[in-house]
Design a protein around this ligand. Structure first.
Ligand code: SIN
Length: 481
């Protein structure tokens, strides 16, 4: 029975032990949750070989049949959202309601890419002569190495393996070491949905180095898809170049959140809460820096301050908690360093600014609102990945565009305005892959997700999400008249 284990490696349709194990802990308590099999480079090779062996049959399976498996997996995920969400909260920290929301979001990638599996059309190309027929076919790229992050332990898995499997690829998945249990739950459920052995293998490890090297060097792996830091993404792109593997990268963001003078200030403040404090500020598309027109900055802060103050921080399994812990102590220390840097450079703490005194264990940081931020502060230059909202003021559209576009990041940006012309003008000039206009939560399965500049390469979701896993083959045929 596929789901009778859940803490071993999943290779070739069976649970396998590894030479060692590592401990997964609850970030809300610091207590150990599970001992999980720790994949070695040899285990990674076995997983790749299993995926390579499963490739011919899976890629030859009709798209309509692959779609049926994905739809059954979607249904199982939704049916089990409560238990899957609980595991996600225990290992990742986000509050239960948010975790269940992530499970539904994750399932939506299976549903969307099931549809795309049914629509993987080729193209008939007009020939130059009467005796030829020209055709472009779409074919799976082959074995995919997928490396997923801890901040969305379910949705980033399905956003990668959904399109890979829909396209006819087979997969070796290395989930984040902090949150492997959700990924193992998902593969068990996919097996129940009818996924054949070897088509999706999962190899958790506490040390991504050796497993990553095998994925990068093994010639059978034709594609690497990664969500994580820009630094690691650059390393993967460099190493993948040696065997010209296809690469998709979803990397760091540092989203500007711009509030113009003509904006609906209450809507902007509500949007700021959603965008900034979702998953305690640990999403790549979180608003990281706020630019508010000087004429409405006081009104915006007046609206936002009570909303930030009212957020309940705590263990995500408890009723009413809206902001859970950060993933680890390093995450808390980074937030502390950013806030310290800002306040010593003149920013004023309106709410929070420290670890919550009533939470004596776990990786918590209080939701924090800073006024008087300037562009030289670390909070305005680097991705904080925590619950801190620094607010700076601006005077003109041209000025805020220049400030928002400065730097190497280009994942998501947000703007609030009631002027339609301004909305289009600014959205088109922002050098970002995703722009939310009066919308703090633009991510959906059917839209392309990805970054400009150093925030990434390629797109996930949408029809573009399939392209990442398909090659194009051109066939030219001479016929007799
Ligand atoms: C991410 O933070 O990488 C994903 C966020 C989303 O899908 O909205």
């Amino acid at each position: 029975m596929a789901n009778s284990d859940g803490t071993s490696l999943w290779i070739d349709g069976a649970w396998r032990a590894a030479a060692g194990t590592f401990t997964v802990s609850n970030p809300a308590t610091g207590e150990p949750l599970a001992e999980v099999a720790d994949a070695s480079r040899t285990d990674a090779r076995a997983a790749i070989e299993s995926a390579a062996a499963a490739l011919p049959a899976w890629s030859a399976t009709p798209g309509l049949e692959r779609a049926r498996v994905l739809r059954r997996a979607e249904a199982l995920m939704l049916e089990r959202a409560t238990e899957l969400g609980r595991t996600l909260t225990l290992e990742g920290g986000k509050p239960l309601a948010e975790a269940r929301g992530e499970i539904a979001y994750a399932a939506s990638f299976f549903a969307w890419f099931a549809g795309e599996a049914e629509r993987t059309y080729g193209r008939v190309i007009p020939a130059s002569t009467a005796n030829k027929r020209l055709l472009a076919l779409r074919q799976p790229v082959g074995v995919v190495g997928a490396i997923t992050p801890w901040n969305f332990p379910a949705a980033m898995v399905t956003r990668k393996i959904g399109p890979a499997l829909a396209a006819g690829c087979t997969v070796v998945l290395k989930p984040a070491e902090q949150t492997p249990l959700t990924a193992l739950n998902i593969v068990a459920l996919m097996t129940e949905a009818g996924l054949p052995p070897g088509v999706c293998n999962v190899i958790p490890t506490h040390d991504p180095g050796p497993v990553g090297t095998e994925l990068l060097q093994h010639p059978a792996v034709r594609k690497i898809t990664f969500t994580g830091s820009t630094e690691v993404g650059k390393y993967l792109a460099r190493e993948a170049a040696a065997t010209v593997k296809r690469v998709s990268l979803e990397l760091g963001g540092h989203a500007p959140f711009i509030v113009f003078a003509d904006a609906d200030i209450d809507a902007a403040a509500q949007g700021a809460i959603v965008s900034k404090f979702r998953n305690a500020g640990q999403t790549c598309v979180c608003a990281n820096r706020f630019y508010v027109h000087a004429s409405v900055a006081d009104a915006f802060l007046e609206a936002l301050t009570p909303l930030v103050r009212a957020l309940t921080v705590g263990d995500g399994t408890l009723d009413g908690v809206q902001v859970g812990p950060l993933i680890d102590t390093a995450g808390v220390q980074k937030v502390e360093a950013h806030v310290r840097d800002a306040t010593t450079s003149g920013a004023r703490v309106l709410v929070g600014g420290s670890r919550p005194p009533h939470l004596t264990r776990g990786n918590f940081y209080a939701p924090t609102l800073l006024d008087g931020a300037t562009d030289t502060m670390r909070v305005m230059r680097e991705e904080t990945f925590g619950p801190v909202a620094p607010v700076a003021r601006f005077e003109s559209e041209a000025e805020v565009l220049r400030r928002a576009n400065a730097g190497p990041f280009g994942l998501a940006a947000y703007l609030y305005t009631n002027d339609l012309s301004r909305a289009w003008r600014v959205a088109e000039r922002l050098e970002y892959g995703i722009v939310g206009v009066n919308d703090a939560l633009p991510s959906v399965a059917q839209a392309p997700f990805g970054g400009y500049k150093e925030s990434g390469l390629g797109r996930e979701g949408g029809t573009e999400g399939m392209d990442a896993f398909l090659e194009t083959k051109y066939i030219s045929t001479v016929i007799r008249g």
